[in-house]
Design a binder for this molecule. Sequence first.
Ligand SMILES: NC(=O)c1ccc[n+]([C@@H]2O[C@H](COP(=O)([O-])OP(=O)(O)OC[C@H]3O[C@@H](n4cnc5c(N)ncnc54)[C@H](OP(=O)(O)O)[C@@H]3O)[C@@H](O)[C@H]2O)c1
Length: 504
Amino acid sequence: MEPTTLILFGATGDLAKRKIYPALYNLFADQKLPPSFSLIGLGRREHSDASFQAHVEQSLRQFSRREIRDSASLQSFLTMFRYCILDAGRKEDYAKLLQMVEEREQALRIQPNRLFYLSVGPEFFEKIAAHIQESGLGSANGWKRLVIEKPFGHDLQTARDLNRKLSQAFTEREIFRIDHYLGKPIVQKLEELHQTDPLLRELWSSRRVANVQITASETVGVEERAGYYDQAGAIRDMFQNHMLQLLMMVASHFPADLPRGDGRSKKRSVMEALRPLVKQNTGAAVIRGQYQAGEIQNTPVIGYTAEPGIDSASRNDTFVAAKLLIDDDYWRDVPFYIRTGKRMREKSTRIVVEFKDAKTKSGSRAPNLLVFEIGPDEAITLQFQSKDSSQLEAFDPIRIDAPVSPGNVPEAYENLIDDALHGDPTFFAHWDEVELSWKWVQPVLEAFEENLVPLHLYAAGTYGPAESDRLLAEDGFHWWFDIKPNQPSEQKEGEQSYAYHTNY
Ligand SMILES: NC(=O)c1ccc[n+]([C@@H]2O[C@H](COP(=O)([O-])OP(=O)(O)OC[C@H]3O[C@@H](n4cnc5c(N)ncnc54)[C@H](OP(=O)(O)O)[C@@H]3O)[C@@H](O)[C@H]2O)c1
């Protein structure tokens, strides 16, 4: 791997602390960092190099999946870190940064390969990209890349505006848009399975598949993100990016001889074939919900509009369910149901593929299922319904794939940062995918705005409003694996009060 300088905007922030430093440390421990690597952390807060390194060390001790045992190795990791005070809007700070970057490159005798990572609010994206260009930071004689966090725009127009601005400083090949769902091992496996498993390819079409269900449910509420979330809602926060990326990954046909990176054109084809919604008819395919007070794991919780920082009259969506149709030769007439919400019964991210052609003697439905558990558990199982449907859903799951040692699987950010260091865009969102996603979502945003879609309230600790069940029942289906109201549910590991936690 080529020598690299990682220039991290937002180095004092929460995401860097929880995800980026632990990911870098684990890459280092796995000997996956470039032999000559250096990181320059940026923020407005005061730090010396030593206090910044202490901050990084503390984050590793708190959040790394690997315990820190070897202090010599920890020290050699930390010595790669430097800090520079920078205010994103101050031109002169970029000149100072350029000087520091050049000094580091000269001291290490490395080429100026620079990875700019924007772990800051979206209001800074355009400004920082422009300053990188104007200051000369982006015009050295090595490669440059931009890693950018979500949100990528607030709607179709703002996303296009942002992309146009970024394109003045970086080409599409240089932009790595993080959707960390694409860094998850089971999601990455979808492409690999397709390419290596002829049986799966054979099953993957309307001939065999009755419907596909994609769920991402969280038990947390808005936590400390009220200001942002009340403007975004589930539709922008989860649906437009993560959920549609999962749809693209599950619906794409990746041929066995597909060159690495070309899967993105397959994903784009799925989005191009997605049947568009008409604003006035959105309510027939999209369910909008908001949580009321209820109970999560036997603990009472308040409703959305009573949350601190949320307008008591807010009609923001904390739950969205939708039925999508893909008008191509593979998927015509197969419904893809997607739902995502906060304060739901359990924390779970899962894709269920329900197969056709499983009639019992009595003629009742007894479908087989292929289940991709993405989080918090990770596994791929094929589930054959073993009993007659009179005895209700009794499954014999056959594990197709699961991590050998679950505690030792690289986190999404490790995979993604590793790919960005290698310049491999496979698991990053291409602009075409982002634009097509916003295009599909835009009529929904407008229909919500104009109240053309009813807002259904649901009790916290449930699976969302009853209308979400009705969406499937109209087609003769139901959501799989929902725990019945009086059935106990386990607290899963990793369940913590972090507003972004389902996202991980
Ligand atoms: N992929 C995801 O699902 C996901 C998850 C989490 C976060 N995010 C995104 O990642 C970004 C960072 O999130 P976070 O949780 O780390 O936020 P955060 O804790 O609020 O941190 C924000 C960072 O931005 C820096 N900053 C703020 N104003 C600045 C300015 N004028 N000039 C320079 N630096 C400035 C802060 O440093 P100082 O205070 O020292 O200036 C801090 O390091 C956000 O855009 C968020 O939406 C995405």
